[in-house]
Design a protein around this ligand. Structure first.
Ligand SMILES: [Zn+2]
Length: 292
């Protein structure tokens, strides 16, 4: 039996998180935000992790299969000299969009289980967890290609957007390197509103969250091309200074993924997307453009 998760947050809760411990008066002018979803069984997440493949074309094939089997119709976006980005979406009632991305390629050494099959294998599970909800934003799921070659897939994605398409993106949430430890957020290269919202959701769901910035290690992530294009963006990860040296080595195998941490990260991200969908501006299109 799956547990139904129902949490009501008020705007006051968010303000509380923003002011780091100083409770403020709830904003009575705004309806509470409700986070309500059925978490998938952890065995399903584990099974999807176990479908890891060695090469990028094989990973693309598996990711497309998982997403399309769940009902997310695949489109491919060309990335020059590399596999395409894998794109599919869940329609909302407004023109606004939230992009959820994770790269599916990996570095030459190791299996790339943590970096980043952990993130890409979560896309179909988050789709499954949200597909029966009435959403305001269209959620666009993107498996990025060629991140390890210099963010080529995410750069191609942002470049492909017309100016009005960029303006429709309320947020870009990037998943990279999950399950090494409890959930971490790269907070100094992210929109403050997105970071504060994630902290508020973690607090409401009683799930751990810590800010760990990895740019000092020379890292970059697929949120960066969005961030530099003035699209609010955030990267969620699980790397600590102790586990950093696992990445891009032969130690990056499935055994490194701690299933308990990974499952908590999945629940936090799903709750977070449901929260952002209600928090961020998205006026319904008159006549209704989305699903009924
Ligand atoms: Zn990565």
């Amino acid at each position: 039996m799956r547990r139904l998760l129902i949490i009501a947050l008020t705007c006051g809760g968010l303000l509380w998180a923003q002011s780091a411990g100083a409770p403020s008066k709830p904003d009575s002018g705004r309806a509470p935000i409700t986070i309500r979803f059925k978490p998938l069984p952890r065995e399903l997440l584990q099974q999807r992790l176990s479908l890891i493949r060695k090469t990028s074309p094989e990973r693309q094939f598996v990711l497309e299969g998982l997403l399309s089997t769940s009902g997310c119709g695949i489109k491919r976006l060309e990335v020059k000299d590399h596999e395409p980005n894998v794109v599919c979406s869940l329609a909302g009632s407004s023109e606004k969009v939230i992009v959820l991305g994770a790269h599916y390629d990996h570095a030459t050494k190791g299996d790339g289980a943590v970096d980043n099959w952990s993130g890409s294998a979560l896309l179909p599970s988050i789709y499954d967890s949200m597909k029966d909800l009435k959403l305001r934003h269209t959620i666009v799921f993107v498996g990025f290609s060629a991140e390890e070659k210099g963010l080529l897939g995410s750069k191609a994605y942002v470049t492909s957007l017309a100016p009005d398409e960029r303006r429709k993106i309320s947020a870009m949430v990037n998943l990279d390197t999950l399950g090494l430890s409890s959930t971490k957020v790269w907070s100094n290269r992210a929109s403050p509103l997105l970071v504060n919202s994630l902290a508020a959701v973690a607090q409401a769901l009683k799930l751990p969250l810590e800010p760990i910035n990895v740019d000092a290690k020379g890292a970059s992530a697929d949120s960066e091309p969005f961030f530099t294009a003035d699209i609010p963006a955030i990267t969620i990860h699980s790397v600590t200074m102790d586990t950093w040296n696992i990445l891009h080595t032969s130690r990056d195998t499935l055994e490194q993924v701690k299933l308990n941490d990974y499952y908590e990260t999945y629940r936090l991200i799903t709750g977070y997307l449901i929260f952002l969908d209600q928090l961020l501006d998205a006026e319904p299109v008159p006549g209704g453009a989305g699903p009924s």
